[in-house]
Ligand binder design. Structure first.
Ligand code: SF4
Ligand code: SF4
Length: 438
């Protein structure tokens, strides 16, 4: 079977101690006593808080309003009393405005305004998605209503549902496919209607045969929706690779998937679209895999704003020797500085590594073996970019593809000299972005 891309790696955790830890764990509901909800969870300007300390809020109530064109509202994920509106240290190592709420565990919802999903117009669907505060739940957090609003002069002919879930250890999407297939399919139908695209392809890696079978069953009778099994390889879920596999087209350098005629959505996002339109529900909870260095690895349905510490305690606590916590998977996830950081709409995993797994390794000199070149899915020369950055020559690094790098870490994973490749590219890109902002 060809359905794959050039390059890539096979992290052992796919078949070893990774996904099997949680892939058979049904989704379990957990609700903590307090939530701390950041107002900047999506790609775009942070939302503006509109509640004050001491105020009582209902679940689903707007607690921060959108700012700017990419803006999204933020909703209370529990009912209860607002404890604070203040800056807290979150994942990106800089203070972010957060709203703390004491959960009264009554789950008293604000009045919801569901629509007749069969009759909703494209404009109504897109408005409902925006009002529900939905952003990409696969990690990128791009506002979904913006992605669904195809600008004049552009055209897409395929919607791709990204079911690769190629990051080691993560199984949240896998469980969603097994347990929530009807919601997902209804969400996909709404996405197709809103965007005017005539077909959808559900792209799922072959390491999830039960999910492939379940989704095939769920779309039988839906002529516009098909299931495409993908070879299991990392980073199969990277947008550019996925689009190439499904359509045979390349996303032009510096352009978006839409420029290759494709729109890519996450499975959980599709389910959230259904909730927004048919139930009138905002995005206040999501499924997250909490795994590896915890006593009871699980897939939890968690409220947005749940502290990592609470999520980990809901899984029996940390194992002895636990040392490093990733938000997301270990290949592309960010390291959490402490367990007070909280989960956002895009947090698909909390992965804990022990001393051995998190062991720092000294990098050594490049031996020019070119393994990094062979695995790079974009066809870059990572060792050259790193040499450029060591010389502080960012212009040359850019010429060698610094801005095209998808930061997948496949090069770092394979490098026998343990060179910090992907992390140096990420740091250089952040520097450039900070300079541009200044
Ligand atoms: S894989 Fe590592 S050692 Fe080999 S060429 Fe790339 S950077 Fe150098
Ligand atoms: S991190 Fe960048 S350079 Fe390294 S393999 Fe991935 S895309 Fe290529």
């Amino acid at each position: 079977m060809r359905n794959t891309f050039r390059g890539g790696v096979h992290p052992l955790h796919h078949i070893g101690e990774g996904k099997p830890l949680t892939q058979a764990c049904p989704i379990r509901v957990y609700s903590a006593d307090t939530v701390v909800i950041p107002v900047g969870m999506h790609l775009g300007a942070p939302s503006a808080p509109c509640v004050a300390k001491g105020q009582r809020v209902k679940m689903g109530e707007v607690i921060a309003t959108p700012v700017g064109g990419f803006g999204l509202p933020v909703h209370a994920s529990v009912s209860g009393e607002v404890l604070f509106v203040e800056e807290r240290q979150m994942l990106r190592n800089r203070p972010e405005v957060c709203i703390g709420i004491q959960n009264d565990h009554l789950d008293e919802w604000v009045e919801l305004t569901p629509m007749n999903a069969q009759n909703a117009t494209p404009a109504e669907i897109i408005a409902a998605v925006k009002n529900a505060g939905i952003c990409g739940m696969g990690g990128a957090a791009f506002p979904t209503h913006v992605k669904m609003s195809i600008p004049e002069g552009k055209k897409a002919d395929v919607v791709i549902l990204n079911g690769a879930e190629c990051e080691p250890y993560l199984t949240a999407d896998h469980r969603m496919m097994l347990e929530q297939s009807e919601r997902i399919v209804e969400g996909i139908k709404l996405i197709l209607r809103a965007t005017g695209v005539s077909r959808a392809v559900l792209a799922i890696e072959t390491n999830k045969p039960d999910a492939i079978a379940r989704m095939r069953e769920a779309v039988s009778g839906e002529s516009a929706i098909s299931v495409l099994p993908l070879k299991t390889k990392y980073p199969q879920g990277s947008e550019k690779q996925l689009i190439h596999v499904v359509t045979g087209r390349e996303v032009p350098r510096g352009k978006l998937p839409l420029d290759a005629g494709a729109l890519v959505f996450n499975f959980s996002t599709a389910a959230a679209v259904y909730d927004a339109v048919a139930l009138g529900k905002p995005l206040v909870e999501r499924v997250t895999t909490v795994t590896c260095g915890v006593k009871e690895p699980s897939n939890l349905l968690l409220r947005v704003g749940t502290r990592y510490e609470d999520a980990i305690n809901a899984c029996g606590g940390l194992v002895e020797g636990a040392r490093k916590v990733f938000a997301g998977g270990p290949m592309t996830g960010l390291c959490a500085a402490d367990l007070n950081v909280t989960m956002t709409k895009a947090t698909n995993g909390i992965v804990v590594f022990d001393d051995q797994q998190a062991k720092e390794v000294e990098e050594s000199a490049c031996i020019r073996c070119a393994r990094c070149v062979h695995v790079c899915p974009i066809g870059l020369h990572p060792y050259l970019m790193r040499t450029d950055l060591d010389r502080r020559d960012t212009d040359s690094a850019k010429q060698h593809g610094l801005m095209d790098c998808v930061l997948c870490s496949a090069c770092s994973y394979i490098c026998p000299a343990r060179r910090y490749l992907s992390s140096s590219f990420k740091a250089a890109r952040e520097d450039l972005a900070a300079k541009a902002r200044r």
